[in-house]
Design a protein around this ligand. Structure first.
Ligand code: NAD
Length: 475
């Protein structure tokens, strides 16, 4: 497996650059490649290219846009193995999960491509000879920033939404996982996407975001990442009166009711927590378990996590790969020591596995006090924070007691409780009796500090369009 060259795509041409930013394999901690750092003139060139690309793509018939996007999607599917291996190498997730992410990215792109055929406006009735047409026009060139935890599906969300709506895009993926996005961009270029419609840049994130957001050609900012960076970018955008789509952090509560199938709930929770070693914005994090089934749930969790294999993601048998960067190891150590010092019981894991490689086992903290950091700061790693609750009232109160409101989960057979959770849990996405928070055809996003705007579903194209009224008097 050779790691791809990390070049930048600007105006339909691949541009190299000095090898400025090292890319690491988190399973070995060795350098596998370098990303370039864009300079100011080249970044200005990317903006000009995106503006030209927009004027071409905006006027390309939706059916043709859809065909090109679907061709790119087919190429991505055909290159699944290469893209997945690149992703595992640079990010660490198990190869089985990386393949699933490539499939998901392709599904997202295909769904968006087809939805682009249905960006309909409407006609408002008026007097004879007078017509009011409401058009949904593409908003313009988009500046997009995607993170390292989902190197394929997060760029797919942004490319899919922008291109399907008729926008051009300048995408800055994470410099920690650049290879996956490079391979995806190759697919779009080979599929016949006109120059300048998709531009890919790498470099100093602060320099790139400040420059792009200040440019008048850029009309929308979309970001997936941490709340502090999201707030910073939203402030920059607001100073230019530009809208934003912000997909920020989460702190997924999981409410386990006493009537639930506890064995099944525990199995699904462990699998969901292990996914991408917990480095997922919709990861289940706070497990709020009704007291009568608390001990049974904890026992079942420990039983289901025992056989999980932590190791190099390239190994087909691996369930939990390394954490993506050393910052996450430090964070996990701090969450565990803070929680145990405050009285939480450590039931599994809890300490880094000896290197090389950034390995941290699936960790179970039980009876975690409410004031522990793990209960209100995004963990973004393989830690389950479990806590017994007296009843649904207490579960809802604790679930809603953070600044986050992204994904939430519940296990119950009671229609009354499901109805109540749907109305009272503060979250963008609630999954009941399963652990999948979003699908290509459903809207995904947060409330409160978890962000605003939606990716996916019909709503996913809304942010990329503006409403324009054309009112004509022919009388
Ligand atoms: P970070 O905030 O430093 O970086 C997050 C992402 O933002 C990275 O891709 C980075 O390149 C980018 N970024 C940082 N500063 C930027 C700027 N000024 N302009 C544009 N982009 C910028 O955090 P991190 O250490 O990479 O991750 C830490 C936390 O971020 C995690 O604990 C988690 O809470 C959150 N996170 C959330 C998601 C998500 O899916 N919502 C994804 C990744 C990280």
């Amino acid at each position: 497996m050779t790691y791809p060259n990390i070049d930048m795509l600007i105006d339909g041409r691949w541009i190299g650059g000095a090898a400025a930013i090292p890319v690491f394999d988190p399973a070995t901690e060795s350098i596998i490649g370098h990303a370039p750092a864009i300079d100011a003139p080249t970044l200005a060139g990317a903006v000009a290219a995106a503006a030209r690309g927009f004027s071409v793509w905006r006027d390309t018939p939706p059916a043709e846009r859809c065909r090109i996007m679907l061709r790119a999607t087919d190429l991505i599917r055909a290159r699944r193995e290469e893209i997945a291996a690149t992703m595992t190498l640079e990010q660490g997730k198990p190869i089985v999960q990386a393949r699933a992410e490539v499939d998901r990215a392709a599904d997202i792109l295909a769904w968006d491509a087809n939805e682009g055929l249905r960006v309909y406006g409407r006609i408002i009735p008026a007097a004879p000879g007078l017509s009011h047409s409401v058009l949904r026009r593409p908003i313009g060139p988009v500046a997009a920033f995607s993170p390292w935890n989902f190197p394929a599906s997060s760029p797919a969300r942004k490319i899919g939404g922008a291109l399907a709506a008729g926008c051009s895009i300048i995408l800055k993926p994470s410099e920690e996982t650049p290879g996956t996005a490079v391979l995806m961009a190759h697919a779009f270029q080979e599929a016949g996407l006109p120059p300048g419609v998709l531009n890919l840049v790498f470099g100093d994130p602060a320099h790139i975001s400040e420059t792009l957001i200040a440019r008048p050609e850029v009309r929308l900012v979309t970001f997936t990442g941490s709340i502090p960076v999201g707030k910073h970018l939203a402030a920059l955008a607001s100073a230019q009166m530009k809208p934003t789509i912000m997909e920020l952090g989460g702190h997924g509560p999981v409410i386990i009711c006493k009537d639930a199938d506890i064995e099944r709930a525990a199995r699904l929770c462990v699998t969901a927590k292990a996914r991408n070693a917990g480095q997922v914005c919709v990861a289940p994090t706070r497990f709020l378990v009704e007291a009568p089934v608390h001990a049974t749930f904890v026992d079942a969790v420990l039983r289901h996590l025992a056989p999980l294999v932590t190791g190099n993601g390239m190994d087909e048998a691996t369930d939990i790969g390394p954490l993506a960067n050393a910052r996450r190891i430090t964070a996990m150590e701090e969450f565990v020591s803070d929680a145990t010092e405050r009285g939480a019981e450590l039931r599994a894991g809890g300490a880094r596995i000896g290197g090389p490689g950034l390995f941290f086992p699936l960790t179970v903290l039980d009876r975690v006090p409410l004031n522990a950091r793990a209960m209100h700061e995004e963990i973004f790693g393989p830690i389950m924070a479990i806590r017994p609750v007296a009843d649904i009232d207490e579960a809802i109160k604790i679930a809603n007691a953070t600044d986050y409101a992204l994904a939430a989960y519940a296990f119950t057979g009671s229609a009354r409780i499901i109805d109540r959770l749907g109305r009272e849990l503060e979250c963008g996405n609630l999954a009941v009796n399963h652990m999948t928070a979003s699908f290509p055809e459903t809207p995904f996003g947060g409330e409160a500090q978890s962000g605003h705007g939606r990716e996916g579903g019909t709503e996913g194209l809304d942010g990329y369009t503006v409403t324009r009224l054309v009112s004509v008097d022919t009388r």
